[in-house]
Design a binder for this molecule. Sequence first.
Ligand SMILES: Cc1ncc(COP(=O)(O)O)c(C=O)c1O
Length: 415
Amino acid sequence: MMRVPALLHPFARPAATDFIRIVAGEGAQVVDDQGNRYIDALASLWYCNIGHGQAEVAEAVAEQMARLACFHTFERFTNGPADALCERLAALAPMEGARVFLTSSGSEAVDTAMKLARLAHAVAGRPERTLMVSRRPSYHGVTYGGTALTGLPPNQEHFGPLPGQVVQVGKDDLDGMAALFAERGHEIAAVIAEPVIGAGGVYPPAPGYLRGLRRLCDEYGAWLILDEVICGFGRLGRWWGAEHYEIRPDLVTFAKGVTSGYVPLAGVLVGRPVREPLEADPALVLRHGHTYSGHPTACAAALTVLRITEREGLLDRAVGVGQRLAAGLDQIAKDGLVAEVRGDGAVWAVGLHPDRDALAVRDAMLARGVIARPIGVSAIAFCPPLMIQDHEIDRCLDALAGALAEPAATAPERP
Ligand SMILES: Cc1ncc(COP(=O)(O)O)c(C=O)c1O
């Protein structure tokens, strides 16, 4: 029997021994240690919008590291890259007067948003507002707050007890949400929603749904948190899903695209209605923060990635990428190879026929030089780097069609 590696892999079978070692990346392609080249059809994990191998980011990071690699931002300390990045993000924010709290991961951003939502209500004299509302399905990360909010029961199994005061309502069920608000509206701190549900299956919102959420939050005095960890920074053709769907959030969680994953960085845009109660008492101390909040090297990477995103016109490119991908997937559906196509902007998924297993389809695509992501047993997701070339999109589509043209493989063993 092969020895398991020392690295205990996330979202993998602890007993697994069969790994693909990625050694290099350029543009929308990565290479493994056997010399196999793949199209990265999920931008690594929904994040590498600018593509791999952009030397400018490496240079900015090296320059920052040579000057000041690290220093914290607790209490009275700050640094230039953190300040510059937050000014830039506040100017880009989909709400007026936002400030920015920095973390290293999307899960930390979600926990931060949850804590700030409760804290702002508490210090404003509404300590009874502790209830958090999320949707099923949804994905909000793996910290205990994020796990409690995530609407995927297998991700919660055996990790309990989870933080309490979390209620979930089905996606797009505005009537169910209205009923919950009618019953418990005075207790609700915030509703959290991804503009397009990503890792939960790639589901865009029903028309008018997000605006309906906004109306309910306004009517009952709850905050609306948009979890833009996937949708932010151009995935839907605008900086934010909030702009794409014309919604004003109170808090926005972001990660991934802000650095395209070159260095871990994430955070929360904190809108005026949430930050003002925190600022009202000059003696109040925000007892929350991570060692690496405002890490200068990560912030230098983010500033460079945002410059590249703008210079390369990646927001506009997202629209064209999405159109070509969606048109190709629609054709595959017309050919009867998949049951459903869903998505928006440059994030799409196909729903498989019941005799197909997503892991087996993914493996057959890998053999054709394309890395796509299986979601559950029945969907394959596409979320490519926004600089992907047309011929590379076509290779993703050919690999999917080719994999589905193979006789249905038996499902591999699941974790
Ligand atoms: C919408 C959303 N929120 C939160 C997270 C968690 O982010 P991280 O994996 O960086 O902790 C993710 C990760 O995929 C996500 O897609």
